[in-house]
Design a protein around this ligand. Structure first.
Ligand code: P5A
Length: 449
């Protein structure tokens, strides 16, 4: 992509409404613009990141055996009256009436709708187990939307729903989602810690939040230090096999959000030197609620003995749009964003230090072609602007690699390769720069596989 033809409105100054780094950087780097409190437009660069995150979430859901579908954003109120949540949900729910004065709502979550779909379609235990998911916009009229996309009113969520015949099977589905979440966040360069959590309006009594430790996080969390060091399972994980050992490793030690925190147990179970009290960002939340919705809405199947059995359910959420902010909170410096390769909007930024200089232009054009042919995505800064401004812009938007091409290097057959994360610069021939980039992109895809 040529920057001269792109849509990348950067802001020179810090927007005063932004209280935390990710919000400030998302506005400055031209990723989002606010439409109304807690409601954002995704500009081209931000939208590319959102899509990359979505792709990773989708791949890991599919790997764990979940099936993708798409439910609407608008739902009829009747379903929520059936479950009993229409009143409970209160002012957070955006209630709408259509031209026939029928009560509708903009979905804050989809337990009711998916239960109705499943109830009407599935009659036998032979159709179980199933995990269904979608990636869809939600609306919650938060009292205090803030921190940009971190606590929005409209936000993108991945929500999965599991259906099982027995509590024991349902626990297996829960474990599958649990493990897939560890992998999902790790692939985005994030260290997530599962913590025992409150279930609130979703319900049930088994629940974990997946927390990214960050000083600007909204949640106060308490955990054993060892949990922060644990490595998530690799791509060879067998979701049909026994996941209990992984679950045991990640839940065997104290970890709780403030709502579930018990100071006495914390002090008793965790030696003082291992106690971590920190702030964190909730990027995922999983729930087992058994028959809460299936009972109320009559979602039953015929069991092996011919009797009708009420289905056991769980639901599993990931804050897809919140993750964009969370990743930036975890990975930035004074100059701007530092994207992990797996979610970067482009692999490489190509900087033409002297646009208009025939030899430099020709070298850049040739390199641009080579990089794209090699399968790398490139943002080529071909604008007629000061070199300093170009360097600052490239650091701000945070692509993992920069290639800097100027007249001097062109004369001596060398270009400069800069790694955004470390700031390390190397003068290299075009050939060796290409090899370095391809190697790093191969390593990144190996991690994902
Ligand atoms: C689980 C999936 C649920 O809604 N029903 C379907 C369950 N859980 S949840 O914890 O309420 O939300 C799931 C994840 O969505 C993100 N999230 C938000 N992101 C941005 N702005 C918000 N206002 C917001 N509210 C929730 C969080 O990442 C949460 O873990």
């Amino acid at each position: 992509m040529r920057l001269s033809r792109y849509f990348l409105p950067l802001l020179r100054d810090d927007p005063k409404e932004a209280e935390i780094a990710s919000h400030r950087l998302m506005l400055r780097a031209g990723l989002i613009r606010q439409a109304s409190a807690g409601i954002y437009s995704w500009l081209p660069l931000g939208f590319r990141v959102l899509r990359k995150i979505e792709d990773i979430v989708r791949e890991e859901q599919d790997r764990a055996g979940a099936l993708e579908l798409l439910m609407p954003t608008i739902q009829p109120a009747e379903l929520w009256q059936e479950s009993g949540r229409y009143e409970v949900y209160g002012k957070e729910m955006l209630r709408i009436s259509d031209r026939h004065e029928r009560a509708m709502l903009y979905g804050p979550t989809n337990e009711e709708l998916i239960t109705a779909i499943f109830r009407d379609a599935v009659k036998s235990y032979k159709d179980l187990p199933r995990i269904l998911y979608h990636i869809q916009w939600k609306f919650r009229d938060e009292i205090r939307p803030r921190f940009g996309v971190m606590r929005g009113r409209e936000f993108l969520m991945k929500d999965s729903y599991s259906f099982d015949l027995t509590v024991e099977d349902a626990r297996k589905s829960y474990n599958r989602m649990f493990v897939s979440y560890l992998r999902t966040f790790a692939r985005m360069g994030l260290k997530s810690v599962p913590m025992v959590a409150e279930t609130g309006v979703i319900g049930g009594n088994l629940s974990h939040e997946f927390i990214i430790l960050a000083d600007t996080g909204e949640s106060e969390v308490y955990c054993h230090r060892d949990l922060i060091q644990l490595e998530p399972p690799g791509a060879d994980i067998d979701y049909q096999g026994d996941l209990a050992p992984v679950i045991e490793a990640f839940t065997g030690k104290y970890a709780a959000t403030s709502e579930k925190h018990d100071a006495e147990s914390f002090a008793r179970e965790v030696p003082a030197k291992d106690r971590v009290t920190a702030r964190g960002i909730e990027v995922g939340h999983i729930f087992f609620f058994g028959t809460k919705y299936s009972e109320a809405m009559g979602c039953k199947v015929q069991g092996p003995g011919g009797d009708l059995v009420t289905v056991q359910m769980g639901s599993y959420g990931i804050g897809v749009s919140r993750l964009v902010g969370a990743i930036i909170e975890a990975s930035h410096d004074d100059a701007g964003i530092i994207w992990p390769q797996s979610v970067a909007p482009f692999d490489v930024g190509l900087i033409n230090v002297k646009a208009g200089d025939a030899a430099t232009d020709a070298a850049c054009e040739s390199l641009y072609g080579k990089l794209e042919t090699a399968g790398l995505s490139v943002l080529y800064d071909d604008r007629d602007d000061r070199a300093g401004a170009k360097f600052a812009a490239m650091d701000l938007i945070g692509l993992p690699w920069q290639i800097i091409v100027g007249p001097k290097g062109v004369a001596s057959g060398e270009i400069e390769l800069k790694e955004r994360a470390t700031g390390a610069r190397h003068s290299l021939t075009v050939e060796s720069a290409l090899n370095r980039l391809l190697q790093s992109s191969r390593e990144a895809s190996k991690e994902a596989a």
